[in-house]
Design a protein around this ligand. Structure first.
Ligand SMILES: O=P(O)(O)OC[C@H]1O[C@@H](O)[C@H](O)[C@@H](O)[C@@H]1O
Length: 245
């Protein structure tokens, strides 16, 4: 586990507390939807199991499938209100963007300290996010100029790269940083994210528990789980990690 030279950060829930904002926005979409169609009620567990960390429309389709519902996929310009996977996802996007505007976005202080520590020690860094809102979130959090490489939902769609839980977006980021996957650390808070890290044979999959649960993150591929990245320092690059694993 030594000689780790790159750190690939998920965004929502790892660098910024925005996974929780996405979670509330999805609930605002799906709680009334489940009631309207007499489906089993939507819960927070549905977010973690079916939606967290995945590309927007994959999250919609996976949640609907959990209730035995299959809708036409539609296209990304379907307006909210139509009965397609994309239209539902776009409805949620309006909700989450209103929340971002109203609430503002500050990064996790511990995550910024860890970012400072690893970049100070010479590691290359990238953001790997399923979100198409990643550039705006990074800018609002004051982190945009910290990352030369960002592989987000827009890049994945443009380059036809499979989203998390596939490892492909992380592998693309490692490639752009010119670091082999075996020398890169994946930092993730979502089940789909640690699955992506485990599937890609990265040097280390570092889980951050923001509500999923340390055991669940480990079961799905995290090597180590911490409560906050501020608990770590640059010694992670030499393979020295604490956490609860
Ligand atoms: O709809 P967006 O902004 O492209 O985001 C897609 C997904 O991005 C992930 O980062 C979030 O964990 C999910 O909650 C979100 O659904």
């Amino acid at each position: 586990m030594s000689d780790l030279r790159a750190v690939l950060f998920d965004l929502d829930g790892v660098l910024t507390p925005t996974a929780e904002v996405h979670m509330r926005a999805w609930e605002r979409l799906f709680a009334p939807y489940a009631t309207a169609y007499s489906l089993e009620p939507y819960t927070t567990a549905d977010y973690f199991a079916h939606i967290d960390g995945k590309p927007r429309y994959d999250g919609v389709a996976t949640f609907l499938a959990s209730r035995g519902v299959e809708l036409p996929w539609g296209t990304p310009d379907d307006p909210p209100g139509e009965d397609t996977v994309c239209a539902l996802g776009n409805g949620k996007d309006e909700i989450v963007n209103r929340m971002f505007e109203q609430e503002g976005i500050d990064p996790y202080p511990g995550s910024v300290r860890f970012l400072d520590a690893v970049t100070g020690a010479g590691a290359r860094v990238a953001v790997v996010s399923s979100s198409r809102n990643a550039p705006a979130v990074l800018a609002a959090a004051g982190l945009a100029d910290r990352f030369a490489v960002v592989v987000d939902g827009n890049v994945a769609a443009r380059e036809h790269i499979a989203g998390k839980p596939a490892p492909d977006t992380y592998l693309r980021a490692a490639d752009l940083l010119e670091v082999p996957a075996a020398q890169a650390i994946v930092v993730e808070d979502a089940i789909s994210g640690v699955q992506a890290g485990a599937a890609g044979s990265f040097g280390l999959v570092l889980g951050v528990d923001r509500g999923v649960g340390a055991d669940v993150l480990r079961e799905h591929g995290a090597d180590v789980v911490v409560a906050d990245l501020g608990d770590l320092d640059a010694s992670v690059l030499a393979g020295r990690v604490g956490g609860d694993a």
